[in-house]
Write a protein that binds this ligand. Structure first.
Ligand SMILES: Cc1cc2nc3c(=O)[nH]c(=O)nc-3n(C[C@H](O)[C@H](O)[C@H](O)COP(=O)(O)O)c2cc1C
Length: 441
């Protein structure tokens, strides 16, 4: 997908109302919280000014009850709660910013491929080819409970289902050929039946006859994103993804991740350049190093000490309020793995965090240190992005991850960091084409 060495730029808008960012000066100022579109349309306009490729909404459909066994803390502090269905925002944002692409998350564990294929076909039409699907297998037990499961499906089985899900969805997107539409008014022929095909799929999880009752959309299928860190997650990415999201925390583990994905791509008969990686990063930029440090200090001071543990509990389906003094992350490995959840990212923490740190100490930093961080002047941030991009194969780019506020942080990124990247020829100055896929060249 990403043939050039351009740094692609995206932003994750999932947590702008949480993580204590709503307490920061300038955050949400002048907008209603969450439910109206003006805020998101303005972000889309800012992203367009920075020639950013994509804005992303993550999703999970559950209210966490892991910390302390109830939803008090997540609701009180806004940890993974609330989460509206952001799909209706997409057409409004797409109209406000005609170059930017949009990614939304849909679960392969709780939805049906026929519905998803039809849904993304419609969004691709409406956005004129600027939609992407973050295909997730959903690792949270309260989400499972909302979809009727007392027990969450096993991790590896979720990925087997995802493999079949993607296969069916792709067959459906290909079931109507590009030239099917004739629209011959004179002879009254709308479309050519010989270019519309049943898929007659019968599998372990799904039986789908097809074809998709829809005209092919500008991209034919959405840009497919996958974010798994475990072996089966990487296999799914190697088979179907155009892009991957990743939360590696050091250059060494970014390199390892890239190498592992490249090896899987080659075994799947694809090329390493077929799948770009967007690395999650938190950026705090200011005109001087001192101002950037001060902003970071204010942000850290806004976060309550137990917030990281609340968030960690929701992330790993484990009650970290029970951590006794002196317990380390390693003491929770078995419990985290037994929950069938996000163990890929927990293993990344184990590999990269100081093993001597207690859970309590680690929790304090979890909200702010779980992804890459760059704090400083536009120049020092551009240096750091350039260095990490080169070291990890210059194949993808960065997604502004959790821990930035809107409008201020995203506007500062576009106004201060992007021009420096553009000046160095690292990020683009104009959109390459009308579709997201063309922009991710
Ligand atoms: C940037 C990023 C965004 C993610 N967004 C979602 C999401 O919206 N919903 C979700 O259920 N999981 C999301 N995930 C979790 C992954 O899909 C995956 O479950 C996780 O990285 C653990 O990997 P594994 O499933 O291979 O163990 C996201 C992961 C990353 C890195």
């Amino acid at each position: 997908m990403s043939e050039s060495k351009t740094i692609h730029l995206a932003a994750d808008l999932s947590f702008l109302h949480t993580d204590y960012l709503w307490r920061m000066p300038g955050s949400w100022a002048g907008y209603d919280y969450y439910s109206t579109s003006e805020f998101y349309e303005d972000i889309a306009r800012i992203a367009q000014r920075g020639v950013m490729d994509m804005l992303f909404f993550g999703d999970t459909g559950g209210t966490p009850e892991d910390y302390g066994g109830n939803h008090d803390a997540p609701v009180r502090y806004g940890a993974k709660w609330p989460r509206h269905d952001m799909a209706p925002m997409i057409p409004l944002m797409a109209r406000a910013a005609p170059g930017v692409g949009f990614a939304i998350t849909m679960s392969t564990t709780y939805h049906h491929p026929f519905y998803i294929a039809r849904f993304f076909n419609a969004l691709d039409h409406v956005t004129r080819g600027r939609i992407a699907w973050n295909a997730v297998t959903s690792a949270y037990k309260n989400e499972a409970a909302n979809y009727g499961f007392d027990d969450m499906m096993d991790h590896d089985e979720r990925y087997q289902r995802a493999q079949e899900f993607l296969k069916v969805a792709c067959k459906l997107w290909d079931s109507v050929e590009k030239e099917a539409l004739i629209a011959d008014r004179e002879n009254g022929i709308f479309a050519d039946p010989s270019k519309v095909h049943r898929i007659d799929f019968r599998g372990r999880y799904f039986n789908v006859r097809g074809p998709l009752p829809a005209l092919p959309s500008p991209q034919q299928r959405p840009v497919i994103i996958q974010a798994g860190l475990s072996g089966p997650g990487m296999d799914l990415a190697a088979a179907y993804a155009d892009m991957q999201f990743s939360t590696r925390r050091t250059v060494a583990s970014m390199k390892q991740h890239r190498e592992a994905l490249d090896a899987k791509l080659v075994s799947a008969g694809r090329k390493p350049r077929d799948v770009g990686i967007l690395w999650s990063i938190r950026i705090q930029v200011a005109e001087s190093e001192a101002d950037a440090k001060e902003k970071e200090r204010r942000y850290l001071a806004a976060i309550r000490p137990e917030a990281g543990l609340v968030e960690m509990s929701a992330q790993y389906n484990v009650d970290f309020s029970k951590a006794r003094p002196g317990m380390r992350l390693a003491d929770f490995v078995d419990e985290v793995h037994a929950q069938k959840g996000n163990y890929g990212s927990f293993d990344e923490l184990l590999k990269t965090a100081d093993p001597a740190q207690t859970v309590e100490e680690f929790g304090r930093r979890f909200l702010v240190d779980r992804i890459l961080v760059a704090t400083g002047t536009p120049k020092s941030i551009a240096d750091k992005l350039e260095e990490m991009h080169e070291a990890s194969g210059a194949n993808g780019g960065f997604i502004l991850g959790r821990g930035y506020s809107a409008m201020d942080n995203i506007r500062e990124f576009v106004e201060l960091v992007v021009p420096e990247l553009q000046r160095r020829g690292l990020s683009k100055k104009t959109y390459a084409g009308p579709t997201l896929r063309e922009n991710l060249y």
